[in-house]
Design a protein around this ligand. Sequence first.
Ligand SMILES: Cc1cc2nc3c(=O)[nH]c(=O)nc-3n(C[C@H](O)[C@H](O)[C@H](O)COP(=O)(O)OP(=O)(O)OC[C@H]3O[C@@H](n4cnc5c(N)ncnc54)[C@H](O)[C@@H]3O)c2cc1C
Length: 391
Amino acid sequence: MSLQVAVIGGGIGGLSAALNLLKAGLDVHVYEQAPRIAEIGAGIQISPNASRLLHRLGLKPAMDQFGVRPLAVHQRRWQDGRTLQRAPLGPEVETLFGAPYYHFHRADLANLLADAVPRERLHVGHKLVGLEQRGDRVTAKFDNGTSAEADLVVGADGIHSRVRTVIFGPEKPRYTGCMVWRGMVPAERIAHLDIEVASHNWMGPGGHCVHYWVSAKRLMNVVCCVEHGNWTAESWTDRGNVADVLERYKDWHPIIRGLIEAFPETYVWALHDRAELPSWTAGRVTLLGDACHPMLPMMAQGAAQAIEDGAALAALLKAMPDDVPSALARYEALRKPRATRLQDVSTANRTRFHLPDGPEQQQRDQAMATSGDRSLANIGWLYQHDAAAVS
Ligand SMILES: Cc1cc2nc3c(=O)[nH]c(=O)nc-3n(C[C@H](O)[C@H](O)[C@H](O)COP(=O)(O)OP(=O)(O)OC[C@H]3O[C@@H](n4cnc5c(N)ncnc54)[C@H](O)[C@@H]3O)c2cc1C
């Protein structure tokens, strides 16, 4: 009989893990608290280290249909728009790393993952409230009064993970001091800005702004991130005021102001993170994605790392189906150092992106001008990595 796995959480991490585990021949069920699989109106960048793994799940046609392939990553100065770095992300990157870089609307990505999971294996309206481990079996209990038994429970339930709390005790995520406004702008509102199909990142004192096309270039995803925001609530659905964003970015380049002026609405949230966990696993329960390694978005790698986690876990369970504890130990040994490195690089980028104008910023700009390629030597450690190669 194949190993029974209960995945808690139907986000990008949980759904892609489930697909990998199913492909590995395991008996997998996903339990999601929400009444349906739904992602918020925001964008997500998926780099080759993750898109390669999703292609292997047979998702390339759907990804090509919904994803936008940026030609370059363009780093610019906040006020005069001067280019700090421009590196290819298009065919050059695909040729070098064997998989494309994509930009998605989150809902498109979540839906295409959910559509690939057999209906009878996806249980919405199931909020995990408790876990009980007895011998080699785990019982997951849900708020609707039902329960499920499995040989392994995978907590893919995000930064506020209930699974993590159950196995390691309560610990609040930390407010990082950064707040974010996001807007999704219809293409027709910004046609006059003539914005290239690229990943754009504008850096300025105490803040940065990222924007890129999603949904077959019908929408521009815009994320404005600032230090010392007065907003600490971590909700994807709290409304902000467009006037506040404009006020904060009033001295920035006309393209940034033009984008913000075109916001149909804006949502605001505070960025949180967590300290590194000593371990991800307790008995037959383990974690993946934001549940164990939430990171700031300044490397655009949180979801990519969650996707990598699922691919690695599935490959290991396939290789050692009769020795789950060893597979889990190896999973953590392989995945934790890489995820921790990306947490650290993301945190360092926050400082780099937000430097006040002055000598440090000038040093950063000089360094960027000479290190901006997407060569194997430069970015191979990130994009070439194959998380499913576990032997
Ligand atoms: C501004 C911003 C921009 C970002 N940009 C990028 C990017 O470009 N590229 C990238 O790779 N990453 C990016 N990230 C990070 C990325 O969004 C996250 O790392 C990723 O969504 C984590 O996926 P996950 O599946 O682990 O968790 P989540 O997406 O949080 O999913 C968790 C799921 O579990 C469910 N759940 C929660 N509790 C329970 C429960 N008790 N029972 C059952 N279900 C439960 C939730 O409803 C949810 O569906 C960004 C993050 C931010 C904040």
